[in-house]
Design a protein around this ligand. Structure first.
Ligand code: GAL
Length: 672
């Protein structure tokens, strides 16, 4: 028990390290690795993620000698180990002997071995073989003093958003049996009287494989829930084995930010610490704000608990068609963003660049070109910075703004056969970008997680709205909050069925409006006869709406913006001291900023630091304020506090391009 507590404490500081794949190198390289890790300030490495074939070379044999040696070397070097369960890539003997573990695409065509993640998560045989491996690893290393954390699998679902194999077919039928109280309940939920789809037995149901035409949307939605659950079950099964073998260390798996196939909101309670892999695309003009969104999403998954950046690239990745490197300073700036937004671990893929295989061009902490490289110098400097950080406060209730983001809604709103085609993540992130430009802290949560700790809540395209979510949003407004509901919200129930009584059946009374038409516009860049945009005007000016210009009727609400036609574009209903706003169109980038600026005026929500230019990022984490200059010129920022790296009181900071500062600024001093 004491040992377990000590190991937990070992996660206390900011971890620094990487995936470490020593099995790719001769043993005489390993001592040099450890020596260089020490030079770089590495405190933790993830070992064994893809080592199944080395640990269990045949079904009957296990080889732990090399792993014993590595763990001992690392421990002697003072480096903690995030030990993997090694189940992410079954070795060739598994696929040859048990081809039933192989997953299939929607045509029923198999995915063959030769890469990684070639297993059906629902395959009982895969789970049995993986379980046996994990048990052996756990029994051997649960008490190893080097092990500070467990890394289950790897990026569950990354390459296999959905598996349609026979294993999935059987498991899906069982999953449905559990989810529904009899086949008629399923028929009702899926609306199977449409197109003669009525089932008499669960064994008649197939996974939604390739069909001649549009597949039942409720079946698709359940299949996505099932898929997320299958990956989660793999994680949970391994977690259980680790605990049963006496492993007391925290257990996690590496998430991938807003990853559509897995509903991380449902996963989060089962991870002791949230871990994330993030590879901002240097070619994405919104890379900084999208990375910030991802960090905030990770922080919001487990409030109050610092998360770990499990993987980032030291320089270029190798898996995009064009792999731009990071400009000097970017690595540290991106790292500062993570820490500011709640990370207590900065890890890379990977420690030493591979000498063979698909990722040999992927950058690493230790480049193939060696230590005489900029990347190595940057990695060492960053290690020094991280080592100099004091203990950081846990993320607090720092955000007064929440953005509603919901995986089930994501799945449902992007199904086909809708009035228009929406990119949910893009639309949510458009609101996030506007809030980020104004330096507001934002939590990213499901509707059910909204509470009176927030002043402003924005709910983009909440097409699938569960009863509990609707009730939470209503009580938020009744408690004095300001809620903005946007078009194509509150349309269907959790089975993608219209609710009786039209649209906005739950939020309509709160908003004081009725919705009678979606008013589909010609999409941006699309062809067709009709309006492409729907300009709308409010008290602060005119902005552009796109995609939808809904026909709404203010029954018990004030019209606060109108379309060019004079029809209502935005309404506001006062409820006690709260407000329920409805927007009937999807604003473009500038329009979204225009509205966010109006909401800031309306609600009085305040930035982390006042008066910053949009290219400077500011984040608050308890008493720690982080500033990062993502712009191309130096800036001087008037802000008082203690520079925690320089140990000096400051009244302003000067940030060069890609410069950053960590300041201790107690919350009370920030308030007026
Ligand atoms: C991640 C993965 C790593 C490595 C990395 C390369 O998706 O977990 O194993 O492949 O990408 O960027």
């Amino acid at each position: 028990m004491t040992a377990a507590r000590d190991r937990r404490r070992a996660l206390g500081g900011v971890l620094y390290g990487a995936d470490y794949n020593p099995e790719q190198w001769p043993a005489d390289v390993w001592p040099e690795d450890v020596a260089l890790m020490r030079q770089a300030g590495v405190t933790c490495v993830s070992v064994g993620i893809f080592a199944w074939a080395r640990i269990q070379p045949t079904e009957q044999s296990f080889d732990f000698a090399w792993l014993d040696r590595i763990l001992d070397l690392l421990h002697d070097g003072g480096i903690g180990v995030n030990l993997a369960t090694a189940t992410a890539s079954p070795p060739p003997w598994v696929s040859n002997r048990y081809p039933e573990i192989l997953p299939s695409d929607e045509n029923g065509a198999r995915f063959w071995p030769g890469s990684r993640q070639h297993f059906a998560p629902s395959s009982p045989r895969y789970r049995q073989l993986a379980g046996r491996l994990v048990r052996r690893i756990a029994e051997r290393y649960a008490d190893h003093p080097a092990v500070v954390l467990w890394h289950v699998g790897n990026e569950f679902g990354c390459h296999l958003p959905m598996d349609f194999s026979d294993a999935a077919r059987d498991a899906f039928r069982d999953w449905l049996r559990d989810a529904y109280d009899g086949i008629d309940a399923l028929n009702d939920a899926w609306g199977t009287d449409f197109w003669s789809q009525r089932y008499h037995d669960f064994d008649e149901v197939f996974p939604p494989r390739k069909a001649p035409y549009s597949r039942n949307p409720a079946a698709m939605l359940d299949f996505r829930r099932f898929t997320s659950d299958m990956w989660l079950q793999c994680y949970l099964a391994e977690r259980r084995i680790l605990r049963d073998a006496g492993a007391g260390q925290p257990i996690t798996t590496n998430l991938m930010g807003p990853f559509k196939p897995a509903d991380y909101a449902r996963w989060a309670p089962h991870l002791d610490v949230i871990a994330d892999d993030c590879y901002p695309d240097p070619a994405d003009p919104h890379a900084v704000r999208h990375a910030a969104f991802q960090r905030d999403l990770m922080r919001s998954l487990k409030p109050g608990v610092p998360w770990l950046l499990m993987e980032q690239a030291a320089d270029a990745v190798s898996w995009r068609p064009f792999n731009l490197g990071k400009r000097p300073g970017r690595l540290a700036a991106e790292t500062a963003q993570c820490i500011g937004r709640g990370a207590d671990g900065i890890m890379f893929f990977q420690w030493r660049q591979s000498r063979a295989g698909s990722e040999k061009f992927h950058s690493a902490m230790l480049p193939h070109a060696g230590t005489g490289t900029r990347t190595w110098r940057d990695v060492v400097t960053l290690g020094e910075t991280i080592a100099a950080l004091p203990a950081l406060p846990p993320p607090g209730r720092d955000a007064r703004v929440a953005l509603v983001f919901d995986w089930e809604n994501w799945w449902a709103v992007e199904e086909r056969d809708h009035p228009t085609t929406l990119d949910y993540l893009e639309l949510v992130r458009r609101w996030y970008r506007a809030l980020h430009r104004r330096h507001l802290m934002v939590d990213i949560v499901a509707a059910e997680r909204v509470d009176d700790g927030y002043d402003l809540v924005i709910a983009p395209q909440l097409y699938l709205l569960r009863e509990a979510g609707a009730a939470t949003l209503a009580s938020f407004v009744e408690g004095g909050g300001t809620l903005l509901v946007t078009p194509f919200s509150d349309i269907v129930d959790e089975h993608d069925r219209f609710r009786p009584g039209g649209f906005l059946t739950q939020l309509g009374p709160l908003l004081g409006i009725r919705l009678t038409d979606f008013g589909v516009l010609v999409p941006p860049g699309g062809v067709g006869v009709g309006e492409r945009t729907a300009p709308f005007t409010d008290a602060r000016g005119t902005a552009v709406g796109t995609l939808l210009a809904e026909e709404i009727h203010a029954v018990d609400a004030e019209v606060v913006a109108v379309f060019g036609t004079g029809a209502p574009a935005m309404t506001s209903r006062t409820v006690g001291t709260g407000r329920a706003l409805y927007l009937a169109t999807i604003p473009d980038e500038q329009g979204t900023q225009h509205l966010v600026d109006g909401l800031i005026e309306l609600t009085g929500v305040r930035p982390v630091v006042e008066g910053l230019p949009p290219f400077v990022e500011a984040a608050r984490r308890g008493d720690l304020v982080t500033l990062v200059n993502h712009g191309e010129r130096s800036v001087t920022i008037a802000v008082g506090g203690t520079d925690v790296l320089a140990h000096a009181e400051v009244r302003h900071v000067v940030l060069e391009p890609d410069g950053f500062a960590f300041l201790h600024v107690p919350t009370s001093e920030e308030s007026p």
